[in-house]
Design a binder for this molecule. Structure first.
Ligand SMILES: [Zn+2]
Ligand SMILES: [Zn+2]
Length: 368
């Protein structure tokens, strides 16, 4: 503590009342508490500093010693385990109690797992039930997840009282800190078994194949994950299963491009169809539809077919299907068609190349 002014750590000065110190400490402790700043070592160090400053200044004897000599009377190792623990307890009560919230007594639940599931656009649009087979830890049937051989006992660990966790007091530069870690005696299980189950070697779980039916909802998007709680890898000795995330991969569809719940399809039309209009067949997610192309359409004209897109995942209704018209230029013409086209160009006065006879002939015979 020697390098810091204890009052400024608590954002006040030597005139502060006990109430001021307490109020500031609680405010700062909430701000820098490890639970509020997961993985932030700087916040954790700050939290320890302010806790220790408050520890000293909230004690009238130690405060007056500090006021007179500018140091704590016990030097840097200013705390006994009891008082540091009181601080933690007070703090956790301030947060609504329970002891920080993250800890769980006994064996740890299974980890989360993620698998990919590929489906077609049609399946994504209308939903599907897919059975997937996974190889993962599942509860051991022989010992029913207890880890103990059938007929043998499971007893509570005396060292940790069944919690699986023990508190340790360690000395650090900033004083004594209380940390919580797994109990060595029972490896964090909270229980002890004298005769481990032979099938799972006492784990209460073993790796097996498991089939799961995944209900894919209609309208799901590529890349979204379905959360299947309690269907992930089994925990140790009867602890809950982890969560299984099924990531949905929607295969490319050569007919449609999807944007949100709308679909886009490119349909080719000929020049006369663009000029005069036509009724052409276009694909939808269901059966083909007859689309009326109006006279005077051009390359790039977009026509909409309502409610033929992907059904909305939330709420009713569907997206739309957009047909993008593409003007096809013929690369093969028979003699009649070629003559008509040349006559058409002549009627319009279009300048065209005199003879492409060779070009069309080569295309027909397949030579380059
Ligand atoms: Zn077993
Ligand atoms: Zn234990």
């Amino acid at each position: 503590m020697a390098n810091h002014d204890l009052y400024s750590l608590l954002e006040t000065d030597a005139s502060a009342s006990n109430e001021d110190l307490k109020r500031n400490y609680r405010r700062l402790a909430r701000q820098y508490h490890p639970d509020a700043n997961p993985g932030d070592a700087e916040a954790e160090a700050k939290f320890k500093e302010i806790s220790q400053a408050y520890e000293i200044l909230s004690d009238p004897d130690r405060r007056s010693h500090y006021d007179r000599f500018g140091s704590d009377m016990n030097g840097q190792q200013g705390f006994d385990a009891g008082s540091a623990q009181d601080l933690f307890d007070m703090f956790f009560q301030g947060f609504g109690g329970g002891g920080g919230g993250a800890r769980r007594a006994g064996p740890q639940p299974g980890p989360d797992a993620e698998v990919n599931l590929s489906i077609t656009l049609h399946e994504a649009a209308f939903g599907v039930n897919h059975e997937i087979t996974l190889t993962l830890p599942v509860g051991c049937a022989t010992c029913e997840g207890r880890g103990a051989a059938p007929g043998s006992d499971v007893t509570r660990c005396g060292t940790c009282g069944g919690a699986g966790q023990v508190r340790r007091v360690r000395n650090s530069m900033l004083g004594q800190m209380v940390t919580t870690g797994p109990c060595d005696d029972c490896s964090g299980m909270g229980t002890k078994i004298t005769s481990p189950c032979a099938d799972c070697r006492g784990e209460g779980r073993k790796t097996e194949q498991k089939s799961i039916t995944v209900k894919v909802p209609a309208g799901i998007e590529h890349g979204s994950a379905l959360r299947m709680s309690n269907l992930g890898p089994a925990g140790m000795r009867g602890a809950p299963n982890g969560t299984l995330y099924v990531r949905i991969l929607v295969e490319e569809d050569e007919r449609f491009e999807r944007h949100g719940d709308d679909l886009h399809h490119e349909a080719t039309i000929s020049f006369p169809q663009a000029v005069f209009g036509a009724t052409i067949p276009v694909p939808t997610l269901e059966e083909d539809e007859a689309l009326s192309v109006p006279a005077g359409s051009t390359h790039g004209t977009i026509l909409r077919i309502r409610d033929k897109g992907v059904p909305h995942m939330r709420g009713r209704g569907r997206g739309d299907l957009y047909i993008h018209l593409a003007l096809a230029v013929p690369t093969e013409l028979d003699e009649t068609a070629e003559k008509l086209l040349r006559d058409y160009a002549a009627a319009r006065g279009d300048e065209i190349q005199e003879s492409t006879q060779g070009f069309f002939n080569r295309r027909k015979t397949g030579k380059k």
